[in-house]
Structure formats: structure tokens, C-alpha cells
Design a protein around this ligand. Structure first.
Ligand SMILES: CC(C)(COP(=O)(O)OP(=O)(O)OC[C@H]1O[C@@H](n2cnc3c(N)ncnc32)[C@H](O)[C@@H]1OP(=O)(O)O)[C@@H](O)C(=O)NCCC(=O)NCCS
Length: 171
């Protein structure tokens, strides 16, 4: 099992993430939505009221990717609020178990530091790696969101996953 820790992103980390997100091959089929507007000069936000980003660090101390969360509303606020998480593992570190462990760590982090009871994650129906990573990290598959994302000139189905506070073995 890969061991990872989470910490705030540095400017160097952000520069690397921007590089990957602006390179269609490096971003990967399911994360290429055209060029992004953000730059490394934007403020480094570990936590905001409506979400945040953290760096994923391997046991050897390498920056291997980025995890994020944002407020998602399934009913009028505040009754339907939960976190929706996202992830990007750098190309050189994909397929090593970091994606699974990073999402497991992020769930523990968010349940420890915020009162959320539900954390959700959606991914394209074709993104097998992310679906496996989510399932291995303890997420439950809830269903298919039809034509939920427009990418590469057409609409694609997405799969919704979630994990609940009551399902986790928290300290
Ligand atoms: C999707 C992603 C987060 C998964 O993280 P990862 O560290 O590469 O995945 P893991 O090593 O934890 O492996 C998860 C599972 O997917 C499998 N897998 C990895 N890459 C795969 C691929 N290209 N195709 C099919 N399965 C793959 C692994 O073998 C593993 O399966 P197993 O449990 O049967 O062994 C990562 O690959 C990534 O950042 N991809 C690009 C961005 C992206 O797609 N983000 C998610 C958008 S919703």
C-alpha cells in the first residue's frame, strides 16, 4: 500500500499542476478541458469556506499530485450541502496506488476538520482508474448521471460515488 500525506500546496507544486493541466497528453483523456486561465501567481489556498486544495506527498517526500474539494448543493442551502472532491496525480506517479490513498486521506481530513456527513465524487463513465481508486478508497457507487459533462466535442455520462461519515472508522 502506498502511504501518502497531505499538506498545503507550494508555488512550485502549483506551477507543476498548471503545466500538467495545460498539456493534453499529461492531463489525460478525462481531465483535458482545454487551456486553463489560472497562473502560479494566484494565491495558494489550503482552505476556503467553499473548498480547498492540498498537495499529495509520497512516503519518499515527492509531490505526486493534488486533491481538492468544493461545496456541492443537493438541496437549497444549507440543507443539501456536502463536499465534492477531485484529484490529479502527476503522470509519472499514476498507477502506483497514490490516487487511492490520497482520496482515502482526504476523506479522513475532511471528516476530521469539517462537520460534513457526505463526501461525493463523480467521474466519467470511461474513467476506470478513478472508479477503481474511489471504490478501493471506500466510496460507494450510487448511479449514472447521463450526459453530465461536455468534453472533446461531445457529452459523456458520469458515475456518482459517495462516502458517509457513519461508514468511516474515525478517531
Ligand atoms: C484517476 C487517478 C486519480 C487514479 O489514481 P492512480 O494513482 O493512477 O490510481 P491507483 O494506482 O490508485 O489505481 C487505481 C486502480 O485503477 C487501475 N488503473 C490505473 N490506471 C489505469 C488505467 N489507465 N486504466 C485502467 N485502470 C487503471 C489500477 O490498476 C488500480 O486498480 P486495481 O485496484 O485493480 O489495482 C489518476 O490516474 C489521475 O490523476 N488521472 C488523471 C486525472 C484524472 O483522471 N482525475 C480524476 C478525474 S475525475
Amino acid at each position: 500500500m502506498s502511504v501518502v500525506t497531505l499538506r498545503p500546496l507550494t508555488r512550485d507544486d502549483i506551477a507543476l499542476v498548471i503545466e500538467v493541466e495545460n498539456d493534453p497528453d499529461a492531463a489525460g483523456e478525462f481531465s483535458w478541458f482545454g487551456f486553463r486561465s489560472w497562473t502560479a501567481n494566484e494565491p495558494v489556498k489550503a482552505l476556503r469556506e467553499d473548498g480547498g486544495h492540498l498537495a499529495v506527498v509520497s512516503e519518499a517526500g515527492h509531490f505526486v499530485g493534488d486533491v481538492s474539494w468544493r461545496l456541492s448543493m443537493n438541496a437549497p442551502p444549507p440543507n443539501g450541502a456536502c463536499w465534492a472532491i477531485g484529484i490529479m496525480i502527476l503522470p509519472a506517479f499514476r498507477g502506483c496506488g497514490y490516487g487511492t490513498e490520497a482520496q482515502r486521506e482526504l476523506v479522513s481530513y475532511l471528516f476530521a476538520h469539517t462537520p460534513a456527513v457526505r463526501i461525493e465524487a463523480s467521474t466519467e463513465a470511461g474513467n476506470v482508474a478513478e472508479q477503481k481508486a474511489l471504490e478501493r478508497a471506500g466510496f460507494v457507487r450510487e448511479g449514472v448521471l447521463r450526459n453530465a459533462v461536455f468534453r472533446a466535442g461531445t457529452y459523456h455520462d458520469m458515475v456518482m460515488y459517495s462516502t458517509l461519515r457513519e461508514e468511516r472508522d474515525l478517531p
